[in-house]
Write a protein that binds this ligand. Structure first.
Ligand code: FAD
Length: 479
């Protein structure tokens, strides 16, 4: 047996189960070297944000010990992947390099270039689908083009032969002989230090494959049964919270799909609720299709008329939004949940997004950038799709003229005010009736709750009715 090893280059696929690249390398009967490269240069504007760096640190730590249990070792290197990967392959006298694909324009260009370089070195360079249920080019319209509307995309996905079943976890790796130089994870200094704001992240998350599987198991054991309604309730733990695990590939969508279908077939999850959940997983697929087929999807509006939209610039309003000090409780609760936990409930992402682009008339890219830096699940495809949707400028987007009313959204989806109370403690003693509109509460109610508008809690930074009018007038200019 040849001793020249295969390298598996890990990126957003930090797992042993259902990992096609790792599985193919493990099956090849050669030693396997596992490599992760921290490349802060190539992704340009989309280098990892702060919360994602915190996650990556913990995830790499967990993955490294998981690999060791299987007899492997994770080698860490830093630099431009274009240089590091081919150089590492030479250093290892490798027979080949395997990886799972990416779908963003920079990632695809880099992977293509690296593949060519490796082939010139006479290496076996292979890529696999480890991130999606189907490749973007597998779910296309009758004429072979991409879908621009979700419902037909979802129907086509559901009509397709089911996703491939997940591959079993790799539990045994043949390690290469001799020592291999690796960076020390802690030396990369990925988590925040000055200040260290990660306390809430530690309290909320367990990065790594084991943590991901636990989340899925817990979700399938309960919340899935009421997912259809509860997925809209930020005051309930009604969703899976799998997004950061999916983002870093600690669990595959195929595993989620297979286990959900299994729960449905076993009668543990009602069909309607499970289907709704699967369709949300398919929104991720749809976003990846948009990313794959639209080169500048994270930067430019899909509907070109929005390039001329009269966005405002207003640092004070932008900062009030970022810090959760807009005076609109549901918006502020969402922005503070994000800051505290690195995650925000989907319904509230839509409310705060609408508030930014409509009430404040600030560019959706400001929101996209802030989310990119603060979300542990910051994902180029999903984040861009979310912001283009809420900005009204995306494929199958919410029309710009439909403006969320933060008070009625609050009353409907956080009816007791529990979510607001949790993240906006200065409103803790406000009765539910007034919690989403405290500035209108009678003086004795405010006094009893210890709230002084403009002092203990901000006055609304814009008037809802006027802001609505202004947004509609701005939209008239490009309609
Ligand atoms: P669940 O409801 O349990 O759904 C399961 C999985 O399906 C999610 O983990 C996610 O991978 C996928 N999914 C669910 N809803 C959506 C959706 N609307 N679009 C795409 N995929 C979806 N999601 C991210 O993963 N990363 C982002 O950076 C991101 N940015 C967003 C920005 C905005 C403005 C908006 C409106 C949405 C954004 N989303 C993003 C989508 C969605 O909010 C999150 O995926 C979801 O809240 C994650 O929570 P969960 O895992 O509990 O979801």
């Amino acid at each position: 047996m040849s001793q020249s090893p295969l390298i598996v280059w890990f990126r957003n696929d930090l797992r042993r189960a259902d990992n096609p690249a790792l599985r193919a390398a493990a099956n090849a009967g050669r030693p396997v070297v596992c490599l992760f490269v921290l490349d802060d240069e190539t992704p340009g504007d989309w280098a990892l944000g702060g919360a994602a760096r915190w996650w990556l640190h913990a995830s790499l730590g967990a993955f490294s010990s998981d690999l060791e249990k299987a007899g492997g070792r994770l080698i860490l290197r830093r630099g431009r992947a274009r240089d590091v990967v081919p150089a590492f392959a030479r250093e290892m006298k490798a027979a080949g390099v395997y990886w799972n694909r990416r779908y963003d324009v920079a990632g695809k260009a880099e992977d293509g270039e690296i593949k060519e370089t490796l082939k010139k070195q006479d290496l076996d360079a292979r890529s696999f689908n480890g991130a999606l249920l189907y490749e973007p080019w597998e779910i296309v319209t009758g004429s072979g083009g991409p879908y621009r509307v979700f419902t037909p995309f979802w129907k086509a996905l559901r009509r397709a032969e089911g996703p491939k079943p997940p591959l079993p976890a790799v539990t045994k790796l043949q390690a290469p002989k001799g020592a291999i130089k690796s960076d020390v994870l802690d030396d990369w200094a990925l988590p925040p230090t000055a200040p260290d704001w990660s306390g809430g992240l530690h309290a909320t998350w367990t990065p790594g494959e084991t943590g991901a599987r636990k989340r899925l198991k817990a979700f399938l054991a309960g919340p899935i049964r009421t997912y259809g309604e509860d997925r809209n309730r930020p005051d309930r733990a009604g969703t899976s919270m799998l997004s950061p695990h999916l983002r870093f590939g600690e669990i595959s969508p195929r595993t989620i799909w297979a286990e959900t279908v299994g729960a449905m077939e076993a009668g543990d999850a009602p069909d309607g609720e499970a289907e709704k959940f699967l369709s949300e997983v398919a929104w991720r697929e749809f976003s990846y299709s948009l990313l794959h087929y639209n080169e500048d999807f994270p930067e430019e509006p899909l509907q070109k008329k929005f390039a001329a939209f009269p966005w405002r610039q207003d640092e004070a309003h932008l900062n009030a939004w970022r810090r959760g000090r807009t005076g609109y409780p549901i918006v502020d609760a969402g922005m503070r949940q994000l800051w505290e936990t690195g995650w925000m409930h989907n319904r509230v992402r839509m409310i705060v997004g609408s508030f930014l682009v409509k009430h404040l008339l600030l560019h959706w890219r400001e929101g996209e950038d802030w989310f990119w830096d603060t979300l542990v699940d910051a994902d180029l495809a999903n984040n861009a799709a979310g912001w283009q949707w809420i900005g009204g400028c995306g494929a199958d987007a919410a029309p710009y003229f439909r403006i969320f009313n933060p008070m009625t959204q609050g009353d409907k989806f956080d009816p007791d005010g529990a979510y607001v109370r949790r993240y906006v403690p200065e409103l803790r003693d406000m009765p539910a009736k007034h919690i989403h509109q405290p500035w209108d509460a009678p003086a004795p109610v405010l006094e009893a709750a210890g709230v002084i508008i403009g002092k203990t809690y901000p006055a609304p930074i814009v008037d809802h009715a006027e802001a609505r009018k202004r947004a509609l007038a701005a939209y008239e200019q490009i309609k």
